[in-house]
Design a protein around this ligand. Structure first.
Ligand code: NAG
Ligand code: NAG
Length: 566
């Protein structure tokens, strides 16, 4: 393995050194990612469908605009940008377009624009041409876990004329991710628990062992009254052929929310996506996500967005495509929840940056973007061997809200699998500077050298994620995971948006500047015990204030209403 790698790298050095091409090294992987084997050069005639990301004319300006509309004490708070305003920041400059067009036409290539702002192009060419143009050595790599092959290169260059105009070429150095879905921990037919009548704020004792919508309503004070605003939308992302079943949803509602029976979801598809309804097609993740949005965000119009397998984003499983799809809409959902992710070290820094910039764009439009933080504790999205902690993507991106998991009711404690930590790609954003500094001071030298002290800390918030009851394929069972927590927190945000819209106010949009404000953090219940072990350590500990296990804490609906000014 080491020998193969050494040969591969020496070939690449020769290609890059070629004086004729005037190439500049752009991205490089130092080692083949764990779990992949190198199987020799890719056939010269194989067609590669490459994506090229062009430099935007003013991404820094968009970031300023995002914070201006998302920071509660700003004069522009709530004045989210239009599609055209966002595109004006993101579009490449004319000289960038000219440089890239001249490169393409000189090489007999035609590109298609695949994003609304024109910052992403798609272009096809044979491996031989891609090797020449980008000083690459495209090779076949096999994922040893599932046998799937991918054509990648350990490094690539770009012509000197494109430096400053091209952010990245993909897929090149980013290897296909392994996406996780939660395990159905108690499969088998069992009687569904039924909704418990609640008295005041009492949380039923059964919630300590089985979490249902009633438990969440009691624990977080989430209202059961129906939302009233039809313009308010909650989007639920679906990937990897995980399908949401209406029949399972109705079985779930009959047991848990009889008042909501017959409520269903709208469907949007992209990349050839679908949502087949045969019992065998039931997806545990998709059912969980749809049952804990519709069953919690009472009456909020909910859309299942099913991303198919014809990705335009090059083995990113549609992760980029879904954002570009929503950016193309006149009225994207005000909340988007996603319970998929990957380890940050499986994605190139340049690609992570551009995906994060896509979240920035959608946030500026007024969408709250929530993701599950991952289920491997400090070891990342799945438990692997590790010497240093593995942050997850996109939780390290500062323009989204990462949701960790808790368990128990009196009090809630951190779920031991709740991923949290510090990004190696994204620096700590100012909104969390003070609470993260306090955490690091209290931490002292614990875990020193195992994480990046200057990185963006995550998760931001948390919600229940253990023994959550769902129905899938006609069977009732429970699931564990931060996959439970993200739709639950997203539902709370959607219900707040319903009240805000009804009061003639703007929806919350990008949440973090609000959540980390004094008013926002005071409206969350701090979770102060539990740890997220991994990598042969005890991980981090939850404690008073923000921590990289449960973030700022879990929602308190009444306090949040006050904090948003209602
Ligand atoms: C749900 O829809 C079915 C079929 O249309 C109908 O028979 C039933 O009464 C409805 N239930 C509720 C609670 O609305
Ligand atoms: C640590 O994080 C910063 C971003 O804050 C990044 O620039 C740096 O490369 C990271 N260090 C390592 C070793 O990954």
């Amino acid at each position: 393995m080491v020998f193969v790698r050494a040969i591969l790298l020496s070939f690449i050095s020769l290609a890059v050194a070629s004086p004729l091409q005037n190439l500049v090294l752009h991205e490089k992987m130092n080692a083949i990612p764990d779990g992949f084997a190198h199987n020799g050069p890719a056939a010269a005639s194989t067609t590669l469908n490459l994506r090229i990301n062009l430099a935007s004319n003013n991404m820094a300006g968009l970031e300023d605009a995002l914070f201006a509309v998302s920071t509660p004490d700003s004069a522009q708070y709530g004045q989210h940008l239009t599609k055209e305003e966002v595109e004006a920041f993101v579009a490449p400059k004319p000289d960038t377009v000219a440089a890239v067009n001249s490169f393409l036409s000189a090489n007999g290539l035609t590109a298609q624009t695949i994003s609304p702002a024109g910052d992403w192009l798609s272009v096809s060419m044979p491996v031989s041409k891609a090797n020449d143009l980008f000083g690459a050595q495209f090779s076949v790599f096999t994922n040893q876990a599932n046998g799937q092959q991918a054509i990648r290169t350990m490094e690539y260059s770009i012509p000197a004329s494109l430096v400053g105009h091209v952010e990245l070429v993909h897929p090149t150095v980013t290897f296909p991710a392994t996406f996780g879905a939660p395990k159905f921990t108690s499969p088998g037919v069992q009687a569904p628990s039924t909704a418990t009548a609640l008295v005041g704020d009492a949380v039923p004792a059964s919630c300590a062992t089985t979490v249902t919508p009633s438990c969440l309503q009691a624990l977080y004070g989430i209202p059961t009254t129906r939302a009233t605003q039809s313009s308010n939308k909650l989007g639920v992302s679906g990937f990897i052929d995980q399908f949401a079943q209406n029949a399972d949803l109705q079985t779930f509602l009959r047991a848990q929310r009889p008042d909501l029976v017959n409520t269903t979801f709208a469907l949007q598809t992209l990349d050839g996506g679908s949502n087949p309804q045969a019992a065998k097609d039931a997806g545990i993740e998709a059912n969980l996500d749809i049952q804990y949005t519709i069953g919690v965000a009472s009456g909020v119009p909910t859309t299942f967005i099913s991303v198919g397998d014809d990705f335009q984003d090059g083995d990113l499983e549609g992760f980029l495509d879904i954002i570009n799809f929503l950016l193309g809409e006149a009225a994207p959902p005000q909340v988007l929840t996603t319970s998929y992710g990957q380890n940050e070290n499986t994605i190139s820094r340049a690609l992570a940056n551009q995906l994060c910039n896509a979240y920035m764009q959608l946030g500026a439009r007024g969408t709250s973007i929530l993701f599950a933080s991952g289920d491997g504790g400090v070891a990342g999205s799945q438990t692997t061997s590790c010497k240093t902690f593995l942050p997850t993507f996109p939780s390290g991106c500062p323009f989204m809200t990462s949701v960790g998991a808790t368990t128990g009711i009196a009090p809630e404690v951190a779920a031991s699998f709740s991923s949290g930590g510090f990004s190696n790609f994204f620096a700590r954003p100012s909104y969390q500077n003070s609470v993260v500094s306090s955490f690091l001071t209290k931490l002292g030298s614990t875990n020193s050298g195992k994480f990046n002290v200057s990185g963006r800390g995550f998760p931001d918030v948390s919600a229940q994620g253990v023994n959550v009851e769902i129905v899938s394929g006609g069977e009732t069972g429970t699931v564990d995971g931060t996959s439970c927590a993200s739709p639950i927190f997203a539902s709370v945000v959607s219900l707040l948006n319903d009240r805000l819209i009804a009061a003639g106010k703007s929806p919350l949009g990008f949440l973090n500047p609000f959540l980390y404000s004094a008013a926002g953090s005071a409206a969350l219940t701090d979770v102060t015990s539990g740890t997220n072990p991994g990598c042969n350590t005890n991980g981090f500990s939850a404690g008073a204030g923000w921590d990289p296990v449960t973030g700022l804490g879990t929602p308190n609906f009444a306090k949040l209403l006050t904090a948003v000014g209602l």
